[in-house]
Write a protein that binds this ligand. Structure first.
Ligand code: ADP
Ligand code: MG
Length: 679
């Protein structure tokens, strides 16, 4: 019996309403229900305020600073308010309709509260008060539920399902592997995760569940890889080498050795008949764009269309300008498609993509709309690939007949990511910057010393430099952010106009205005560009040599590295000035790391460590997949073992056919039906 195919409605007492509630948790089958595991608070780390992200769930620890007050409103509704002191900031905590929690807050006592953070109000909507119950040895399991269903109801259902179906739980991990690592079978895992009788039972179950989760994930990756490796599955692009060489000779610079090496790797993939799925990693400023252009050109000479998708309109426009300049003289037709074009523009371009007149198409997400179809798409570039979701990348891929894919990123790939998020890809690296680049000098000042920055900028302007000034997204509200940028814009005008020209750039501007501001900055009609983070990725104005970042403590390390990477793109000395008043050790540490290194790899590892560890609840930012039990960072050892074992299984295709792997095979084919055909 396959529990993945048995509906939850087979349990007594589950009517349409309850079914809907359960489905809202993503539970569809009895299998899903049994494997809907609790998380434990011990696994969560207390967050510092500085790391709190608006609307995300966090655990805050502080000292109760006021007596809790319960206010009643409406019909049987009430609200409990209490202030706690966290890192010297008084934070308001609100619980709705749980007045009894009042007893948990005694002024002067330390408490930890789990809840949803509101950045604008600097307040927390409480979900649960974490006592010190686990220090007493109890196992504090909590299921993630929503407003449609209670913890208790869920646990009852799981209990029912377990009683009825436990005999039908089949173990997916082959016994040889389980014995090797002393892992429980699936029935024992389910029992131990939900209803442990002892701490040690719970621990063994959890360790086994982690391995199981990682192993199945890695099997999914291996199966994709196996499919890509099949000959004849991709396109054999017979490109014209002499045309490519001719193009190289027209470039204003010589490729670095690293660039040449990755170009060779990419071209070799293109020529072969298997499907290319390659990640190009190179630090900001290492020159990824030109590599992409060479590959796209090659694809066109082989008779295909090539597309490059960028995450912002500004970046798409910049790519379009550059790529047109490079490829139009070679009689290639380059087009651009973005969301802000008029219907008429859109239709014309879409028409020319469909009839094959356009050879190379640059665009934003607009490329994956239904209204866009290609005549013969053979090669795809995804720039700043971490800014796109899996589905968006897939949607573009589906516009062609299994086209070759080149994804580009500036973010170095630590081991954890290499075997999870990017496990199915081959990786090429550009590991040097073009010759003549000088390391960017980075300084950090506190806001009270801001005059120093004004003076420095003044001096740089006198030396003909161009300056970026970036302000962060402080709130969800674009309006407030804009106001912040406008204030700074006014200040810079007051200081430097009319001698120097100050420009303003933000996300809410109409596209043509954005474009013209960027053009004026590129052509040095604007000296200082005050901007929100819309310039974060990709923007390339080599003459700009100063980057000033306000409220730098509000950005993550990789984002700061990306921003800083907007300068240092020519042979002139560049500078980055961080204005920040870090409120805790982590934020302080970040400033120190930034001022001490420009090595993207070091920064990425630190970044992952700082934000990833213990953060089971939201790894969105780090690009890691959402695991339910395992934490790919803190459980890296289990993850690596699981990866190795999964790789073994897929090494030769007969392995999966062996009787001892029968359950695994049928499980995988049910689970990954959409991505692979196991039979
Ligand atoms: P990134 O890898 O961050 O996307 P870009 O592709 O935007 O970097 O390149 C950064 C800058 O370096 C651009 O102005 C580009 O023209 C220039 N560039 C690229 N390759 C070389 C090279 N081999 N020698 C000199 N300059 C180069
Ligand atoms: Mg780039």
């Amino acid at each position: 019996m396959n529990l993945q195919n048995i509906e939850v409605s087979t349990l007594p007492g589950v009517g349409p309403k309850r079914l809907q509630a359960i489905e809202s948790l993503g539970i569809k089958s009895i299998y899903d229900l049994l494997f809907y595991f609790p998380f434990r608070y011990e696994d969560m780390e207390v967050k510092s305020l500085d790391e709190a992200v608006d609307q995300e769930k966090i655990l805050l620890k502080g000292v109760v600073a006021s007596d809790p007050v319960v206010a009643h409103f409406g019909y049987r509704k009430n609200r409990l308010n209490v202030r706690i002191l966290v890192e010297n900031e008084s934070i308001m905590i609100t619980f709705f309709n749980q007045p009894w929690l009042k007893d948990k807050f005694e002024t002067g006592n330390e408490v930890a509260v789990y809840g949803k953070w509101n950045e604008t109000r600097r307040a927390l909507t409480g979900i649960k008060v974490i006592g010190d119950s686990h220090s007493e040895g109890s196992i504090d399991s909590v299921y993630s539920v929503n407003k449609n269903i209670h913890q208790k109801t869920l646990v009852n259902l799981i209990k029912q399902a377990f009683d009825k179906y436990q005999g039908d739980i089949q173990t997916v991990i082959p016994s040889e592997i389980r014995e090797k690592y002393e892992l429980l079978d699936d029935q024992k895992i389910v029992k131990g995760m939900h209803f442990p009788d002892s701490e040690s039972e719970s621990e063994t179950a959890r360790r086994s569940a982690k391995f199981r989760e990682f192993f199945l994930f890695e099997c999914g990756i291996q199966s994709i890889k196996a499919r890509d490796r099949q000959d004849g599955d991709g396109i054999e692009e017979k490109y014209d080498q002499s045309f490519v060489d001719q193009f190289l000779s027209t470039l204003p610079f010589k490729l670095t050795d690293s660039q040449s090496k990755v170009v060779d790797e990419i071209l070799a993939d293109m020529k072969s008949s298997h499907h290319m799925n390659r990640l190009l990693q190179g630090d900001v400023g290492s020159g990824k764009t030109v590599v992409a252009v060479i590959a796209m050109l090659a694809s066109v000479t082989a008779g295909y269309q090539a597309a490059i998708m960028a995450p912002t309109e500004i970046l798409a426009q910049q790519h379009f300008d550059k790529i047109s300049k490079l490829l139009t003289p070679l009689k290639l037709k380059v087009g651009i498609l973005t969301g802000s074009q008029t219907k008429k523009e859109h239709d014309t371009i879409a028409g020319n993509i469909a009839n094959g007149q356009i050879n190379v198409i640059v665009g934003t997400h607009a490329l994956i709309q239904d209204s866009v179809s290609f005549k013969n798409l053979g090669f795809i570039v995804i720039d700043e690939q971490h800014r796109f979701g899996v589905n968006q990348r897939k949607a573009l891929r589906e516009k062609g007949n299994n086209p070759d894919v080149l994804a580009m990123t500036a973010t170095p790939i630590p081991r954890t990511l290499a075997i999870t998020t990017y496990g199915d890809m081959d990786v090429s690296r550009i590991d040097e910057l073009p010759a003549g680049r000088k390391a960017i000098e980075t300084y950090w000042i506190r806001s009270q010393k801001i005059e120093q920055m004004y003076k420095f900028v003044q001096k740089q302007l006198q030396d003909d430099a161009q300056v970026y000034v970036v302000t962060p997204l402080i709130s969800e509200s674009e309006k407030i952010d804009l106001k912040n940028a406008e204030l700074i814009f006014d200040k810079f005008n007051e200081l430097y106009a009319p001698k120097y020209h100050i420009g303003l750039l933000h996300g809410q501007m109409p596209n043509d205005e954005k474009e013209s501001v960027m053009d004026e900055f590129s052509s040095h009609k604007i000296d200082v560009l005050v901007s929100t983070t819309v310039i974060e990725v990709g923007v390339d104005v080599p003459n700009a040599t100063v980057m000033v970042i306000y409220d730098a403590n509000r950005f993550g390390l990789s984002q700061l590295h990306q921003l800083r990477g907007r300068v240092g793109r020519g042979d002139k000395q560049s500078y980055c000035i961080l204005i920040a008043d870090p409120k805790n050790d982590i934020a302080l540490e970040r400033m120190k790391i930034l001022t001490s290194t420009t090595d993207g790899f070091v920064l990425a590892e630190e970044d992952l460590k700082m934000r990833g560890s213990g953060d089971l609840l939201g790894n969105k930012q780090s690009g890691l997949p959402d695991f339910k039990v395992g934490n790919p960072i803190t459980d890296i050892n289990i993850l690596e073992t699981a990866q190795i074992e999964a790789e073994q299984i897929f090494k030769d295709s007969n392995q999966l056919e062996k009787p001892e792997n029968k359950v695994l095979k049928s499980f995988l084919s049910a689970e990954f039906e959409q991505i692979n055909n196991f039979d």
